[in-house]
Design a protein around this ligand. Structure first.
Ligand SMILES: [Zn+2]
Ligand SMILES: [Zn+2]
Length: 308
């Protein structure tokens, strides 16, 4: 079951943002106004080691959250973990941060949804977090890490984990510290039962969402032999299925087709619907849509093989 099937509402979510309660520039109430004006439906405020609680508005659901540090295999390997919707206030340790597994267990035990943030920015190897029990996913795209040092894209690490059968989901986030300058670049489109905190957290736990920095994915049909995708005008639509395999539809002058067929184009020749062939015995499959400006959208895995 993908988020593109069944019922529910689509909610545009900002799931990683900082305020003056940690190292952000805007006070919590102003950050809420900011994301509300920017057209978001949900905001998780994720100050470092502070669970910022701010009132929701009529348009914007605010989910109190926090971002914690953890050791991923030693003190020199600092992991940041989002604790989305966690119900307890964290206590910053006096000396060393706890191991990743302990931090994830604490989040889980207190009603939160643990996602490891910006793994590429942190310089973590996939082996340092992929086997962590209870870890729900990672950030495939962190806009702040990209804006600051060009390390926002963790898709390679995500693919490594998926290929080994770890069904981790992946968010796209702003990680905003200077709203207006570094916000509104990335979001997560959540398909939830309704517009409530419980429903959004349930969707984040089950992967009922896709991340985006621009493109919209309107439908995905998964069949045994092919995937049919409909989306906002795209320069390419890719089916990633593990090393050396996959499929891609490309718009443009020559439009190199690899195991794909464009079904529908807009007046500029960009792809609005296509069919991608699915090969047998691939370890997983996920979609990436890129628009003409290079902005991307990422679905979670549409299928995944059991780990060996
Ligand atoms: Zn961080
Ligand atoms: Zn952050």
């Amino acid at each position: 079951m993908t988020p593109f099937e069944g019922d529910g509402v689509w909610l545009r979510c900002a799931l990683h943002a900082h305020t003056t309660n940690s190292d952000g520039e805007m006070a919590p109430d102003m950050l809420v106004r900011h994301y509300e004006w920017a057209g978001f439906d949900v905001l998780a405020i994720t100050d470092h080691w502070v669970r910022t609680v701010e009132r929701s508005t009529r348009k914007l659901l605010v989910i109190p959250s926090t971002e914690l540090n953890a050791q991923a295999g030693g003190p020199e390997h600092d992991a940041h973990v989002l604790a989305l919707g966690v119900e307890a206030d964290p206590v910053i340790p006096e000396s060393e941060f706890a191991p990743l597994q302990e931090v994830v267990d604490w989040i889980d035990g207190n009603g939160g949804v643990p996602y490891i943030a910006h793994t590429y920015w942190s310089g973590l190897r996939t082996e340092q977090w992929e086997d962590c029990t209870g870890l729900v996913g990672i950030e495939v795209w962190n806009a702040g890490c990209e804006l600051e040092i060009g390390r926002g894209d963790s898709s390679l690490q995500w693919d490594e984990a998926l290929e080994r059968g770890r069904n981790l989901f992946a968010l796209a986030t702003d990680d905003s510290h200077h709203p207006g300058y570094d916000s509104g670049f990335a979001w997560t489109m959540v398909r939830a039962e309704d517009r409530s905190q419980a429903a959004v957290l349930a969707a984040l736990r089950t992967g009922s969402f896709y991340g985006s920095t621009g493109p919209e994915i309107t439908s995905v049909e998964v069949a045994d032999d092919a995937i049919t995708v409909r989306c906002s005008p795209a320069a390419s639509v890719t089916l990633l299925t593990g090393k050396t395999k996959g499929a891609r539809a490309n718009a443009g002058r020559l439009g190199y087709p690899n195991a794909s067929e464009i079904i529908e184009r807009d007046s500029a020749g960009l792809i609005t619907a296509c069919r991608l062939e699915r090969m047998w015995s691939t370890p997983y499959g996920r979609l990436e849509v890129a628009d003409a400006a290079g902005r991307r959208a990422w679905t979670n895995a549409l299928w995944i093989a059991q780990p060996q």
